[in-house]
Design a protein around this ligand. Structure first.
Ligand SMILES: CC(C)(COP(=O)(O)OP(=O)(O)OC[C@H]1O[C@@H](n2cnc3c(N)ncnc32)[C@H](O)[C@@H]1OP(=O)(O)O)[C@@H](O)C(=O)NCCC(=O)NCCS
Length: 158
């Protein structure tokens, strides 16, 4: 008598459910924590064309996604929500034909003395001014504040 044995069934591994969800439309997005339902922050972007830009030094217009607004609820700051939004913005940039380019005005409208420049610099953004980039690298390395003259707003690109 032939007995056919069936080996243990192999189930596909379940997909890991992400802890955070970004949703939105019309260039405005929100992030929520799926475990607690907490609202974490918001992002607003606009595809733009840059002409005669000091960073790209381009003559022909090039497309870059402008980050109009990125804001994380104070309680949830320094927990990577801002970085995750920037990764998402990069995907949007490709989707909008901006080839991954992003730019923004680094300025904290909530509190001008808590300038976000170090956050952007750590994520690889740069000012068109090499001097400003050196200052930012120096203040990150030495853990000091952004100089007041830069707190008024610095265009940064990636
Ligand atoms: C700036 C902001 C978006 C950062 O979001 P976040 O979720 O706190 O940032 P992350 O946790 O992803 O931080 C990523 C890195 O940047 C660093 N970082 C974040 N904010 C920083 C700050 N104000 N100063 C120095 N470093 C900072 C983090 O320590 C982390 O560095 P690490 O990788 O070495 O650990 C958030 O602080 C915020 O909403 N600020 C108020 C609004 C604002 O200024 N928006 C920007 C407008 S241009």
């Amino acid at each position: 008598m032939n007995i056919n044995c069936i080996g243990p069934l192999k189930y596909p591994k379940p997909n890991k459910i992400p802890n955070r969800l970004i949703y939105g439309s019309n260039s405005q997005y929100r992030m929520v924590d799926l475990l607690t339902g907490s609202y974490l922050g918001k992002l607003k972007v606009t595809p733009t064309e840059l002409k005669n830009n000091t960073f790209y030094k381009n003559k022909e217009p090039i497309k870059s996604l402008y980050i109009n607004d990125l804001w994380i609820v104070p309680f949830f700051r320094r927990k990577n929500a801002g970085s995750e939004f920037v990764k998402f913005a990069k995907i949007l940039s490709y989707k909008e034909g901006c080839k991954g380019r992003l730019h923004l005005l680094a300025y904290n409208y909530d509190n001008p003395y808590q300038a976000p420049h170090k956050f952007w610099r750590k994520l690889g953004f740069a000012s068109a001014s090499e001097k400003e980039n050196k200052i930012l690298d120096f203040i990150i390395e030495n853990d000091i504040d952004v100089p007041p003259d830069m707190c008024q707003g610095t265009f940064m690109f990636k």
